[in-house]
Ligand binder design. Structure first.
Ligand code: GLA
Length: 338
């Protein structure tokens, strides 16, 4: 297991490891050119192997977020008994998901970027999922200050696939002031309603007139303690927002901005959804880089993905991957300042 550091012509740096495809550091400048590492994480690969319960920086697979009741069917084949790691439900790929496996890494470069291509074969039946799945994830750091993620996969049996990256951001710096003061804007007028366990009910609801409305930028802190049961039942934001764009098109999902530093993060994706998670389960029990203790809500995630539990909701965009098809997905993080 190794670390790889990418650096662009402007001095931005992204550090990752082939263990879990984890992005462990992202160094970006503020409006005065001062760099900070805005990704929550650990210093060593051993710590990631031992206790990355929060999924800091990791690739999530085979299925990002939850599968209700630990089962589903795909093209008539029943899949049951997926690992229950979330009170009767299956979360983030199971016991040994893609966040905990060794990927094969290869450095790549091209016009205006350097990167690493990660490859992993998940064998038929691994974590209960059908099909040998050959997955690649390419991370690129471009001279346009973008962190690009390109996911591809093929399977030899009908299966489901829904990868994401679980980076936690704090634009003030991973050890800086609380990101609850960050402004967040989500390009979403709808979200998928869920039960208290985070499993979609199947309803797709409007954000209008509720604290779920991030169409205009507002601080996370202004709404995270909302009395609205939609928010409070999840302990803050931990919801799948339906991105306003055409299926498959690379479109804007989210903008986060830290007025104090001027750092801005824009997230574009080809995925239909983004799980906005305000770090509600962080509780001070994880000590990260440089001995910094990650308190509740000290980082937030913008997990671009298909909707949670899609295999059990026929009207959600489909996550089925069949033999002969190539799964392709792209997410672009653009780091800027105001
Ligand atoms: C996702 C989930 C959360 C939580 C985190 C990891 O964001 O939606 O409920 O499981 O991952 O702690």
């Amino acid at each position: 297991m190794e670390f790889y550091t990418l650096e662009n012509k402007n001095g931005l740096k992204l550090k990752l490891t082939n263990f879990g495809g984890i992005v462990s550091e992202i160094h970006v400048p503020d409006r005065d050119g001062k760099f900070a590492d805005i990704a929550l994480g650990f210093d060593s690969i051993e710590e990631y192997q031992d206790h990355n319960d929060a999924y800091f920086g990791a690739i999530i697979g085979r299925f990002g977020n939850r599968i209700g009741g630990c089962g589903f069917s795909v093209d008539g084949a029943e899949v049951s008994g997926l690992f229950d790691n979330d009170e009767g439900n299956h979360l983030h790929g199971g016991k040994v998901g893609f966040d905990k496996v060794a990927w094969t890494a290869e450095r790549i470069s091209g016009e205006g970027y350097t990167g690493v291509k990660l490859s992993y074969r998940s064998v038929d039946g691994e974590e209960g999922y059908p099909g040998n799945l050959d997955a690649t994830v390419v991370y690129k750091l471009t001279d346009a200050n973008e962190w690009v993620i390109e996911y591809e996969a093929v399977s030899d049996k009908a299966t489901v696939y829904n990868p994401t990256n679980h980076s936690y951001f704090n634009l003030a710096g991973h050890d800086g002031a609380s990101p609850l003061s960050h402004e967040v804007q989500l390009n979403a007028k709808l979200f998928t309603a869920c039960d208290a366990g985070g499993i979609p009910t199947g309803e797709v609801l409007s954000v209008a007139g509720t604290d779920m409305d991030f169409r205009a930028a507002k601080t996370i802190g202004s709404a995270v303690d909302s009395a609205d049961p939609v928010v409070s039942s999840r302990g803050g934001f931990d919801h799948n927002f339906v991105i306003d764009k055409k299926p498959g098109e690379l479109g804007l999902a989210a903008v986060a901005y830290d007025a104090a530093s001027g750092r801005e993060l824009k997230v574009y994706t080809t995925e239909p959804g983004v799980q906005f998670y305000s770090g509600n389960f962080l509780d001070g029990s994880l000590t990260g880089k440089g001995g910094h203790v990650y308190e509740k809500r000290s980082g937030f995630c913008l997990e671009t993905q298909h909707f949670p539990d899609s295999p059990n909701h026929g009207h959600f965009p489909m996550t089925t991957l069949r033999p002969g098809e190539v799964f392709c997905s792209k997410t672009v993080h653009v780091f800027g300042v105001r």
